[in-house]
Design a protein around this ligand. Structure first.
Ligand code: ADE
Length: 231
């Protein structure tokens, strides 16, 4: 898979790329490339944004700057780019990222992620260049970079070779193997700590009973998600 991230803060992704599972995916052939769209502005002082028409607070990323950056990187008119690959604008109001969308993205050969800043994108960027808008939740980040990292993290761990143990991705929260429910609880040594005991069944070595117990806990967690603990 090839992932290109258009951002004003490419250096943030250096740390991210060095994390074990990301690094593993990169070694296994995925590419994660950052393009600083400030390098593609023809405006003085590296200007990439401007005040909003109609007034209001904040600055808006300019469509001409994004056009130049995409055009320079891909060598085509960016209005045609989304015919070739998913071009994703990260915005608070986009389609919410979930496991199904992650699977969908992980099956793509190439992704382009556009990270907004300030008040966000001039809407013409979204309208004419993007194939998708994605949100990582109903809150506002200072920019799309953290959201892009969440997309990359969740997608890359689905690719072969990213995780140390391939089984980790099979039976994890929200996977089809668990019917879309959250994962069951895990325990490790010591079997008893401060009087808190590990459920007996997990120490039984009886794989069928363990499997049934885990599916049941998973299902319960799915049922009670709205009442998930908040402290
Ligand atoms: N940019 C700002 N907030 C965001 C969010 N919640 N998800 C995706 N991109 C964003």
């Amino acid at each position: 898979m090839e992932i290109d991230v258009f951002t004003l803060f490419p250096e943030w992704f250096q740390w991210f790329s060095a994390q074990r599972h990301v690094h593993n995916a990169l070694v296994a052939g995925t590419s994660l490339q950052c393009v600083n769209f400030r390098e593609h502005t023809e405006l003085s002082g590296g200007q990439v944004d401007d005040t909003p028409f109609g007034g209001g607070a904040g600055m808006v990323l300019r469509v001409d700057v994004m056009d130049s950056a995409l055009r320079a990187h891909y060598g085509i008119d960016p209005v045609r780019l989304r015919e070739q690959r998913r071009v994703i604008a990260l915005v608070p109001g986009g389609r919410t990222l979930d496991d199904r969308l992650v699977d969908e993205l992980a099956a793509e050969p190439a992704l382009t992620l556009l990270c907004g800043r300030y008040e966000g994108f001039d809407e013409r960027i979204v309208e004419h260049f993007a194939s998708d808008t994605i949100s990582i939740g109903s809150y506002v980040l200072s920019g799309g970079e953290l959201a892009a990292m969440v997309v990359c993290d969740t997608v890359l761990r689905k690719l072969p070779g990213a995780l140390g143990d391939e089984r980790s991705a099979l039976e994890e929260s929200f996977s089809p193997a668990l019917g879309g429910d959250p994962e069951y609880p895990h325990y490790t040594r010591p079997a008893e700590y401060r009087g808190w005991h590990v459920p007996e069944v997990l120490l039984s070595g009886h794989h069928e009973r363990i499997g049934a117990w885990r599916r049941e806990r998973s299902r319960e967690r799915g049922e009670h998600r709205d009442g998930a603990r908040s402290r």
